[in-house]
Each structure stands twice: as structure tokens, then as C-alpha cells.
Ligand binder design. Structure first.
Ligand SMILES: *[C@@H]1O[C@H](CO)[C@@H](O)[C@H](O)[C@H]1NC(C)=O
Ligand SMILES: *[C@@H]1O[C@H](CO)[C@@H](O)[C@H](O)[C@H]1NC(C)=O
Ligand SMILES: *[C@@H]1O[C@H](CO)[C@@H](O)[C@H](O)[C@H]1NC(C)=O
Ligand SMILES: *[C@@H]1O[C@H](CO)[C@@H](O)[C@H](O)[C@H]1NC(C)=O
Ligand SMILES: *[C@@H]1O[C@H](CO)[C@@H](O)[C@H](O)[C@H]1NC(C)=O
Ligand SMILES: *[C@@H]1O[C@H](CO)[C@@H](O)[C@H](O)[C@H]1NC(C)=O
Length: 639
């Protein structure tokens, strides 16, 4: 029943070694940063016994079992409910599984010899990515780890005693896979008995997200990377509401540059190494509509000479390579500079004798839009110290976790890697800890706990700036609920729970599956999509008034009184009814109504607010995003 169509996955595991710079968080420390100090353990680590006996399924490029991170010293027997297996193959047999790596499978059906060249036909990880994510989620404690002396410290996973089940689906250097392969692995993982699934991979389309719903319906929490996609406005993949979608955050500071367009609009980008000739003066701006990625040999020197050229990353699985090609292309055509629009990465690539600046995909779209409005577009690039230009994409990730320069196991060594790939196993590890402490919580309750307790300010109480190379003030489209706070997630007070049946309703309602939704899973009483009980509210088209319902369950002390604190999105009136909800031993659940009405008379961008229920002990916050629309036909950024 599977159709194997091998495609390039947008695989965000760009690996690079970074220079040690002051102020950078090396992620032997990322767990300390999150408040999970191994040596001064808080409740979440002690309650969960470091996640012991929770099984995390890692669907990735396999495993390097010899890494010290998978040492099983002191582990108890494998949980009896485990039904998985340790498959053998090239340089991998049952002796490579242990009480830490309790299962390992590989999926190479439909691959050609060319696809798997240089890879092991077995669960063994030639790429290193899978080893990195697995050790980030659940690596055992390893002392004195560093990469060439950088980031020295003890390495460990978020749930250092959790068990690992490995599903190898990414092959070769190109990390090829297909949605069918991933789904086959997920099916096996459900059957094998995993508790949490961590997938640091992303597809460019949604047509298979129903497969993950089956996992969630079985009580498995699915944590997915908010992929790093190519040129289209909706650059977050894996947005099915039943999975937890993770954004990569960073505390690494960068030095943004301001891009000023001829219409005086300012945007932010990240200048690249060697780009010192920024100029601070207006220059011609050009993009080739026939070759947006500026492929080699396509640019017309007459048009490009002395100008700044806007190029888009495209769907190339190797963004760095495509960037280098764009640089060459612009250089050869005699361009002055390059604005390269791409997904979030922290790549630092030299760019020859031209000036290069990396921008978020949405920023690129705004520049493109500007080019379309004038016959002689111009641009000025200048160094900036302030961060400007909030932009949005929709849909959004649910949560952010450290994802930049994460030091973890890489084959038998330790290395840095960046991207949502690395943030995802952080959340998977935290989910494992929560699950070990609260085995009965549903995947949606766990997701709610993580989202509603997240922090929207950084460790200094300042607003979070957006992740990745181009800086901007972050908004919920960047970080979802905020930055994960595992200790608080253990005791959220209230949860926005969702029955798996409601997800199926949503699935049917939206026709997520691509073709016609299957009739049996549809509910005749389909509700409004807005009313799916998510720990967030997003209204993409507010014309006049919208009413949204939510329900919260009290999982804290039985007697509790919560009061609503609202922070309406600018330009929007927001009312909550009732404003106070009282729980006791018989009343454990309350529904409430949120009414939005817009003051804005113009077509707006998204604006953001929040709704927080507080009882003096807990603060249960959900993010709110509202976009006012007057006319469907005009939109500022949606294309
Ligand atoms: C499994 O692999 C190990 C290490 O490569 C080797 O020593 C051992 O003999 C193998 N066992 C079997 C049953 O092939
Ligand atoms: C840590 O590793 C370094 C470099 O390998 C070594 O010189 C040092 O003695 C080690 N320290 C400990 C405490 O093991
Ligand atoms: C941009 O700002 C400059 C300086 O404030 C002003 O002189 C110019 O007219 C503005 N251009 C546009 C298109 O608004
Ligand atoms: C390059 O652009 C110029 C100016 O628009 C045009 O005259 C010329 O034909 C173009 N060259 C090619 C090879 O398309
Ligand atoms: C940059 O280098 C390329 C090729 O090496 C050359 O053709 C081009 O003229 C140079 N551009 C500048 C601005 O120096
Ligand atoms: C809980 O509150 C409800 C509604 O106020 C009330 O009817 C009920 O008697 C209360 N139950 C207890 C055990 O206090």
C-alpha cells in the first residue's frame, strides 16, 4: 500500500563547527539553561527518575551505538511492554542494542544503490544526525565532553535514563527519505510501544499527517521539527495540531543589518562573513523572475551590474551549496551584492568579493513585493544595532527550545549542530520527563502543559528575538507559546485537553489528507475549526467579530479559583466570559467564550496577544494571533 516516491526532504541538519565566541551558549549547557541541572535536580528530574522506562522513538538517520551517550550502565531491565526488535545489517547486529538502545530498525525499501551509497544498510548512522538527536533527547550522562575544547562539560540527554528506539529513515549524504518510509517507521513504532516520537525531519506538504494522528490516538506524543522550508510563505511544516511543532531558539547574539527599501520600509538581515562593503547608500535592486534562485548562468549581466540581487533558496537539500552558487552567479554577472532569502539557519559562509546578506524567507517575500511595486527598485544596507521589522508566517510552531550550536554525540565524537532538528529532541526529552511523572496525561495535555507554561521573555526578562540568522523581535509565529520551561510544565494547573476523536473531526473538516477525506473518520457535527481546543487561538481572517470557545481542565489542587488576564492584540477588542472560573472536587472542567472584534479599518498584518488564567500559583498562558482583513483580495504578505 505504500507508494515509494523518493524525494529530497527539507532536512535542516546543517552541521557546522563554530568559533568560540563570548556569550555563546554551548549546549553541553542547554539543559542547565532550561533549568534541568543534573547535579541540583529539580522535581521534574527526581519525580521522573530521569525519565527511566519512558521509551523515546527517534525517527532519523540511525544511531552510532558505540557512543558513550548510549552506555547502559546501571539501567534496569527493558520495560516488559516493549515489543520492538533490534534488526541487523551492515556493521550492526543484536549486540549493538542494550538497555539504553532497546530497539533499532531500518527502512531502505525502494532505495537504489545510488541513494544509499556510502551508507550502512543497517541502523548504523553514517550521517551523524540521528546520533545527535537521540543523544540530545535521551543520552546518558557523559563527563568531560567537548569538540576540540569548545563547549566543554558533561553531555546528557533531556531524559538521561529514558530508553531509545531507533528508526532509520534518512539515507546517504542527501538524507533521502519519503513520507511513506517515515509512516512505515511510525507504524512500527506505534506497534513496538514507544511513548514519545521525535522526528527532526520535515516534509513540504501535509498529506501524511494523519499517520501521526494514529500515534497520538494511541497516547504517543509526537514531536516534530518546524521544518526549514523553501520559498513559500507558509514556511513551517508539520503543523498538524496533534503534533508538537518545535521552533529552534538561540541565545547566540548576532549583528544584524538593516535593509532599507526605496519606500523607506526597513527589514532585517544577517550580513555574512566578508561582507564589509555594505555601503550605506541606495543601490539598484534586482531579482530575476525567471530564475528566483539565481542559478548559475541565468543572470543577465546587463541587468545585474552594480546592483544588489535578491535570490531565493529554492528546494535544494543543501542550502549552503545553493547559497554558494547564488554568490558565484551574482559575482560573475558583476553584481554588487546579494540578498539571499532562505530558511532560518546560522550558517556563516564566506561570499567572495560581493556583499551578502541572509534574510528570512518572509523578509525576502516582502522585498519581492516591493520590487513589484516600482519600476526602479533600490535598496540600502546598513549596520544596525536595533532589531526591526516583525513579520509573520502562518501557521506557527507550538514551542521553542534550544536549537543552535547544540553539542551532542556525533558518531563516536561530540560535535555542534544547529537547527530545529536539534530543538526537537530537547522537547522530546522534556516530554519523556513529563510522561514519566504523569503517565496518564494525554498527548494534548502534555502539549498544553508545555505551551501554557512557556516563557515569552529571555533569561534577562527581555523579549525573545527571533531564532536564526536574521534577527527580529520574535512573535508567536516564531516561538509558539514561548520558550519551553520544563519545571513549570510539570505543574501547569490547567490544561487544554483534546480527545483524539476531535482531531479526527478536524482532519475531516479541513481535508488535511490531500484527496477526499475518508468518510468513516468524519463527524457529522463538525464544529468550527477555531474551536478545536488548542492551547492557542489563531484567527486568520477577522472581519468584524469572532467567537471562540475553549475548555480547561483543572489538574492542580481541587479547589482553585482562576481569573482571566487578557492582553488583546493591538487594534482588537477581546472579551472573556466568564472572567473567573471556580473549580472544586466535583467541578473539574470549565468552558469559556472569547470574543474578538476589530477596531482596525485597514488590512492588517497579524497582531498578537495572550490570554492567561492565574490562580496565584499557576499562570496558564496561551498565545493569540489575529489578522484583520477587510477584503480577501488584498493582502499584505500572503501570496
Ligand atoms: C556482532 O557485531 C560485533 C561487533 O561488530 C561482533 O563482535 C559480533 O561477533 C557480532 N555478532 C554476531 C552474532 O554476528
Ligand atoms: C577532560 O578531557 C581533557 C581532554 O581530553 C583531559 O585533558 C582532562 O584531563 C579531562 N578531565 C577530566 C576531569 O577527565
Ligand atoms: C524616505 O525618507 C526620507 C528621509 O526621511 C525622505 O526624504 C523620503 O522622501 C522618503 N521616501 C519615501 C518614498 O517615502
Ligand atoms: C539582457 O538584458 C538586456 C537589457 O534588458 C537585453 O537587452 C538583453 O537582450 C538581455 N540579454 C539576454 C541574453 O537576455
Ligand atoms: C568579483 O570577482 C569576480 C570573479 O572572480 C569578478 O568577475 C568580479 O568583477 C569581481 N567583482 C568585484 C565587485 O570586484
Ligand atoms: C462545586 O461547585 C458547584 C458549583 O458552584 C457546587 O454546586 C458544588 O456543590 C460544589 N461541590 C463541592 C464538593 O463543593
Amino acid at each position: 500500500m505504500y507508494i515509494y516516491s523518493w524525494i529530497f526532504v527539507e532536512f535542516p541538519g546543517v552541521v557546522h563547527v563554530v568559533q568560540s565566541r563570548q556569550g555563546k551558549l554551548h549546549t553541553t549547557r542547554s539543559w542547565d539553561f532550561l533549568g534541568l541541572d543534573y547535579y541540583r535536580q529539580t522535581e521534574i528530574l527526581t519525580n521522573s527518575k530521569l525519565g527511566s522506562d519512558v521509551i523515546i522513538g527517534v525517527v532519523d538517520s540511525g544511531i552510532w551505538p558505540e557512543s558513550k551517550s548510549f552506555n547502559d550502565d546501571g539501567y534496569g531491565p527493558i520495560p516488559l511492554r516493549w515489543k520492538g526488535t533490534c534488526e541487523h545489517g551492515d556493521e550492526f547486529n543484536a549486540s549493538h542494542c542494550n538497555r539504553k538502545i532497546i530497539g533499532a530498525r531500518w527502512y531502505a525499501n525502494g532505495l537504489t544503490e545510488e541513494d544509499t551509497k556510502g551508507d550502512y544498510l543497517s541502523p548504523r548512522d553514517v550521517n551523524g544526525h540521528g546520533t545527535h538527536t537521540a543523544s540530545t533527547a535521551a543520552g546518558s550522562l557523559v563527563q568531560n565532553v567537548s569538540f576540540g575544547g569548545l563547549g566543554i562539560g558533561a553531555a546528557r540527554g533531556g531524559a538521561p535514563r529514558a530508553r531509545l528506539a531507533i528508526y532509520k529513515v534518512l539515507w546517504g549524504e542527501k538524507t533521502l527519505t519519503s513520507s511513506a518510509t517515515v509512516l512505515a517507521a511510525v507504524d512500527d513504532a506505534i506497534h513496538d510501544g514507544v511513548d514519545v516520537l521525535s522526528l527532526s525531519l520535515g516534509f513540504d506538504f501535509f498529506d501524511f499527517s494523519i499517520g501521526y494522528l494514529h500515534a497520538v490516538a494511541k497516547g504517543i506524543t509526537v514531536v516534530f521539527a518546524g521544518g526549514n522550508d523553501g520559498p513559500r510563505p507558509q514556511s513551517i511544516t508539520n503543523v498538524a495540531p496533534w503534533v508538537i511543532t518545535v521552533a529552534a531558539s538561540t541565545i547566540d547574539r548576532s549583528f544584524p543589518a538593516t535593509i532599507t527599501l526605496g519606500n523607506n520600509r526597513s527589514l532585517v538581515g544577517q550580513p555574512q562573513i566578508g561582507s564589509l562593503r555594505l555601503g550605506n547608500e541606495f543601490r539598484g535592486l534586482y531579482t530575476d523572475p525567471d530564475s528566483p534562485s539565481c542559478a548559475l548562468g541565468t543572470l543577465n549581466a546587463t541587468m545585474v551590474k552594480g546592483k544588489v540581487v535578491l535570490c531565493f533558496m529554492g528546494n535544494n537539500p543543501s542550502p549552503d551549496l545553493q547559497f554558494q552558487r547564488a554568490v558565484l552567479s551574482v559575482q560573475r554577472a558583476g553584481g554588487f551584492g546579494l540578498i539571499f532569502s532562505q530558511y532560518t539557519t546560522n550558517s556563516r559562509i564566506p561570499c567572495g568579493n560581493i556583499s551578502c546578506i541572509l534574510v528570512d524567507y518572509e523578509v525576502g517575500i516582502k522585498i519581492l513585493y516591493y520590487i513589484g511595486t516600482t519600476s526602479s527598485p533600490i535598496v540600502k544596507i546598513s549596520a544596525a544595532t536595533t532589531v526591526v521589522g516583525a513579520t509573520v508566517v502562518s501557521p506557527r510552531p507550538d514551542i521553542a527550545a534550544p536549537g543552535v550550536n547544540i553539542l551532542a554525540a556525533w558518531k563516536s565524537f561530540y560535535d555542534f549542530a544547529s537547527g530545529t532538528s536539534m530543538a526537537t529532541p530537547h522537547i522530546a526529552g522534556i516530554v519523556a520527563l513529563i510522561k514519566a511523572s504523569h503517565p496518564t496525561w494525554s498527548p494534548s495535555a502534555i502539549k498544553s502543559a508545555i505551551v501554557t507554561t512557556a516563557s515569552v521573555t529571555d533569561e534577562y526578562g527581555l523579549p525573545i528575538t527571533a531564532e536564526g540568522a536574521p534577527r527580529k523581535l520574535a512573535d508567536p509565529f516564531d516561538y509558539g507559546g514561548g520558550h519551553v520551561n520544563p519545571n513549570k510544565a510539570l505543574d501547569p494547573g490547567l490544561v487544554y485537553d483534546i480527545d483524539a476523536a476531535d482531531y479526527f473531526k478536524f482532519h475531516c473538516y479541513t481535508g488535511f489528507i490531500g484527496g477526499t477525506p475518508t468518510i468513516e473518520i468524519c463527524d457529522s457535527k463538525q464544529g468550527s475549526l477555531l474551536d478545536l481546543n488548542l492551547p492557542s487561538i489563531s484567527i486568520p481572517n477577522l472581519r468584524t467579530t469572532a467567537v471562540v470557545w475553549r475548555t480547561v481542565n483543572n489538574i492542580g489542587e481541587a479547589d482553585a479559583t482562576y481569573k482571566a488576564i487578557i492582553e488583546p492584540p493591538p487594534g482588537v477588542k477581546m472579551e472573556v466570559e466568564p472572567q473567573v472560573i471556580i473549580f472544586n472536587s466535583t467541578v473539574t472542567k470549565h468552558s469559556f467564550k472569547v470574543t474578538f472584534s476589530t477596531y482596525l479599518r485597514v488590512q492588517g498584518d497579524y497582531t498578537f496577544g495572550s490570554l492567561t488564567w492565574v490562580d496565584g500559583k499557576h499562570s496558564v498562558r496561551i498565545p493569540i494571533a489575529v489578522r484583520t482583513t477587510i477584503q480577501e483580495s488584498y493582502a499584505d504578505i500572503s501570496l
